[in-house]
Ligand binder design. Structure first.
Ligand SMILES: Nc1ncnc2c1ncn2[C@@H]1O[C@H](COP(=O)(O)OP(=O)(O)OP(=O)(O)O)[C@@H](O)[C@H]1O
Ligand SMILES: [Mg+2]
Length: 462
């Protein structure tokens, strides 16, 4: 018998069968139902990763991992030092002869001990010039799904493992970064929103003082602004399951800022709407409390992203080595130029007239970083991208790492995963990928700090 011709699946669909499968038309209320069901599923998944107190917990780190990745000492020496100093953390093990595992808090104590007592030629503590503020790094691209959050989260964790004190700020109302760090954010009052509101309110107060002087009626300062005036960054920052990573979180209502900020600006033309976040972080002393502030931004160049980019010293722009992501990233540079250029132009018109200093945005470093790189398929395109946008392109490429997507609801990415759960080769390769992402970033960080340090030394000497 002749074999029936093999038709593609879009032939011969019966309209009546299609109708039977279709279901009723969808209304707005159905979205509420879908959101509710998804919310329940999400909570269920999250609960599985929490301890009895309903908190995320961080795994322990083994002697192997500590001496290989975290503290530059040979394992036998590490063991000898612990034996000789019984008041140091001794680690935990499942059996008498079993491997010793340490909490990150304990690792940080051990690192401090080696830094104080160990060889001066080894880097136990990462470089951080004294007296200079924390560096702020933003990860941004208006293209969605390019690896912004994954890159920012991994950088936060590797910097923390390296011994830096890290603050993560989530500017994306999707709140992915907040979920990764187990943040609890009830509404927009626990996000950066009140910081922007406070900056606006302080400008409004200054304007009203000037108006009083001129005998003009004051502009209204509503209850929301009055409430914001009482809040400092520290009131909004929460601790996480990482001892040296804190979080200023986000949730859906943060999106409200995108509507509110332009309204405020309409009311007070002189308000520098791009500066609110940087102003508050500086005024509240946040930059003295941490070494590194990492900003995750939404896939848009809205007011929150503009605040993030204007606050940032270092800007990383992740993109995949595909034509569409390359094309879109080119447009993102265009938008950056148009947006920040028009802010400068607007300000400098007045500055030139008044003879005051002109506004010029400046970043220590801006780098496009190829993410999810597959050398077997994408080498040619990545090289071409590199050739076109050098020097903005980081020579480093972040390999596609199956572990990142797989990590699941309990652990976010490679640093939270227990290597015993994976094939050792796969683990080591994945870890190398993100260690290299961090190394490339740390070079920018340290270089930028060093430039500031030399400038401030020169200023001191003058
Ligand atoms: N190096 C990598 N290897 C494999 N998968 C990756 C890698 N980096 C990111 N991913 C995956 O790509 C997807 C998008 O990543 P991510 O959420 O970080 O992007 P994003 O730019 O923050 O997205 P959005 O624009 O929605 O904020 C995720 O499923 C993530 O697990
Ligand atoms: Mg994201």
């Amino acid at each position: 018998m002749a074999k029936a011709p093999d038709h593609p699946p879009y032939f011969n669909i019966s309209p009546d069968t299609a109708l039977a499968d279709l279901g009723p038309a969808v209304t707005t209320d159905d979205f509420a139902h879908a959101a509710d069901m998804a919310g329940q599923g999400r909570d269920d998944l999250i609960r599985r990763g929490l301890n009895a107190e309903g908190q995320k917990t961080l795994r322990r780190f083994s002697t192997w991992e500590i001496t290989k990745y975290l503290i530059p000492v040979a394992t036998p020496h590490f063991r000898r030092v612990l034996k000789a100093n019984r008041d140091l953390p001794q680690g935990h093990s499942d059996s008498e002869a079993g491997a010793k595992w340490f909490t990150l808090d304990e690792v940080l104590r051990l690192r401090a001990f080696f830094a104080a007592e160990g060889s001066k030629t080894k880097e136990y503590l990462p470089y951080r010039p004294k007296g200079l503020p924390a560096k702020i790094a933003a990860v941004a691209n208006f293209k969605g799904g390019v690896g912004k959050t994954s890159t920012a989260a991994h950088l936060a964790m590797s910097a923390a493992l390296d011994g830096y004190r890290v603050l993560v700020i989530d500017l994306d109302s999707q709140g992915s970064m907040t979920s990764i760090f187990g943040g609890r954010v009830a509404d927009e009052w626990q996000t950066v929103f009140p910081l922007l509101a406070r900056d606006y309110a302080e400008n409004l107060q200054a304007e009203n003082r000037a108006r009083m002087g001129r005998g003009d009626p004051p502009l209204p300062l509503d209850d929301m602004l009055a409430a914001a005036l009482k809040l400092r960054s520290q009131d909004l920052i929460q601790t996480t399951h990482w001892p040296n990573i804190d979080l200023l979180g986000a949730q859906l209502n943060l999106y409200w800022a995108e509507f509110q900020v332009p309204v405020w600006r309409m009311q007070l033309k002189g308000w520098k709407l791009w500066d609110g976040l940087a102003n508050r972080l500086t005024a509240d002393g946040v930059l003295d409390d941490y070494d590194l502030v990492l900003l995750d931004t939404p896939p848009a160049l809205g007011y929150l992203t503009i605040n993030g980019l204007s606050a940032a010293d270092i800007l990383l722009i992740p993109l995949g080595a595909s034509f569409l992501e390359f094309d879109s990233t080119g447009r993102f540079f265009d938008m950056l130029h148009a947006t920040f250029g028009s802010i400068e132009e607007g300000e400098n018109l007045a500055a030139r007239a008044l003879g005051t200093p002109e506004l010029r945005f400046e970043w220590d470093a801006v780098r496009a970083v190829v993410t999810r790189f597959d050398a077997a398929q994408q080498m040619e395109l990545a090289n071409l991208m590199q050739a076109y946008i050098t020097p903005f392109m980081s020579p480093y490429r972040q390999d596609y790492t199956a572990l990142v997507g797989q990590a699941g609801e309990q652990v976010a990415g490679i640093y939270e995963a227990d290597y015993r759960d994976f094939n050792r080769e796969t683990y080591i390769r994945g870890r190398e990928t993100f260690d290299a992402t961090y190394a490339a970033f740390k070079r920018l960080l340290i270089g930028a700090w060093r430039r500031d340090e030399l400038a401030s030394d020169a200023e001191g000497a003058a």
